[in-house]
Design a binder for this molecule. Structure first.
Ligand code: AMP
Ligand code: GLY
Length: 379
């Protein structure tokens, strides 16, 4: 719901504003919530009151993503590692707080912003002008250095089992230049985190959160792997986009059964089985993105792709054509025998697709290749 021309080839799409009514009248067994907005609005609470099975966090727990101020204070309270921060409500407080941080400094708006509410200021001038762009309240925090990892865990209220690690590419341009976006590409590869590091993340970050919140659904920790260890940049309360695309290409166990077990509070180890083969997703975005995207451009070449899965995001049908209808248009995703192979296959598919003004990064996964070239081992 509402779906798009991509998923309509394998699913039946419906549109409704009353999910409970729809699920009850159609006899739907299990509901899985994708995006954050309905979670923050309390759709899970509503379903539970009616005894309907659903995967997602309560509104109270969705505030881990819905409010950065809440999330940072929560992490501080339960001792989860995160960047040192201040919360501010106006220009005077912000200018005071900025004096306590070195450059670069990170400014984050409190509420949901589709990945665009964060500014990393390199100078005092940039920090001051960020104050005119971002809405209060703000979190101001220290800049952390390291490699970013998306660590997503399926939770049933008591236990959590991690999906394979993945890495997003947040900036619009190659070499991590330009403004932040919702994500321009991602890859998943088990070499991103060693088994010992995964255990450390579970012990110091994920399990304390599950214990404190009885978390249900997907807990996504956006991590910075700093020299002092993993630190949480943000929590999301859903799967990541575009991390989900390569993750789904690697999943080998029954997803429906795992999700049903999560909804019932009966997840067991072994519910999630993964292919060792890495996967890579390259996002094709519209002209103008991450600003206002140009829409309505005809997309050609979709039928010429054979060796990859083209996940649709901002597309719609217009007569016989499929046209662009949003900022991030397609997630072109392929699995490969190794990371390089998955990258090559994804880009070979990208080459076949085109629409006016399309933009995509040429370096998705390259950081992962460097890891193999430099050490041959994970972080
Ligand atoms: P967030 O929405 O909090 O994940 O921030 C978006 C992106 O901004 C992150 O994925 C990072 O690339 C960057 N970022 C956020 N906080 C920090 C930080 N404290 N230090 C360095 N980079 C950050
Ligand atoms: N890829 C980051 C996000 O989904 O928020």
């Amino acid at each position: 719901m509402p779906g798009n021309p991509g998923i309509s080839s394998v699913a039946t799409c419906h549109e409704t504003s009353d999910y409970v009514q729809f699920v009850e009248s159609e006899g739907i067994d299990l509901t899985v919530v994708g995006p954050e907005v309905p979670l923050v609005a309390g759709v899970v609470d509503k379903f539970r009151r009616r005894g309907l099975a659903i995967v997602g966090p309560t509104a109270e727990n969705a505030a881990l993503e819905g409010s950065k101020v809440h999330s940072k204070r929560f992490m501080e309270r339960i001792g989860v590692p995160t960047a040192r921060f201040a919360t501010v409500n106006n220009d005077a407080e912000a200018r005071d707080a900025l004096r306590q941080f070195r450059l670069p400094v990170v400014l984050k708006t409190d509420g949901l912003a589709a990945g665009k509410g964060v500014i990393i200021a390199q100078s005092h001038e940039e920090a001051t002008s960020a104050l005119t762009v971002l809405a209060y309240p703000l979190v101001i925090e220290e800049f952390l250095e390291g490699e970013e990892v998306s660590f997503i865990v399926l939770c049933d209220g008591k236990r959590g089992f991690p999906l394979e690690p993945s890495q997003d590419h947040k900036r619009i341009f190659d070499g991590d230049q330009g403004p932040n976006t919702g994500g321009m590409g991602a890859y998943s590869d088990s070499g991103i985190l060693s088994p010992a590091m995964r255990e450390l993340v579970m012990d110091t970050i994920i399990e304390p959160v599950i214990r404190a919140t009885a978390f249900t659904g997907f807990l996504y920790a956006g991590l910075m792997m700093t020299e002092a260890g993993p630190s949480v940049l943000e929590f999301n309360v859903r799967m990541g986009d575009p991390e989900t695309q390569p993750l789904m290409m690697r999943l080998e166990s029954d997803w429906g059964e795992a999700l049903m077990a999560a909804a019932r509070g009966s997840l067991t180890s072994g519910a999630l089985k993964w292919s060792p083969d890495p996967a890579t997703c390259v996002v094709m975005a519209a002209a103008g993105y991450p600003g206002t995207p140009q829409t309505g451009q005809r997309i050609s070449g979709l039928d010429d792709v054979s060796d990859a899965v083209v996940f649709h995001a901002g597309t719609k049908r217009a007569g016989d054509d499929i046209v662009t209808a949003g900022g991030r248009v397609l997630g072109v995703t392929a699995r490969g025998a190794d990371l390089k192979d998955s990258i090559d296959r994804a880009y070979a598919a990208v080459e076949r697709i085109s629409f006016d003004g399309m933009q995509y990064r040429r370096d998705i996964g390259v950081k992962g290749l460097r890891r193999y070239n430099s050490s041959g081992a994970g972080t």
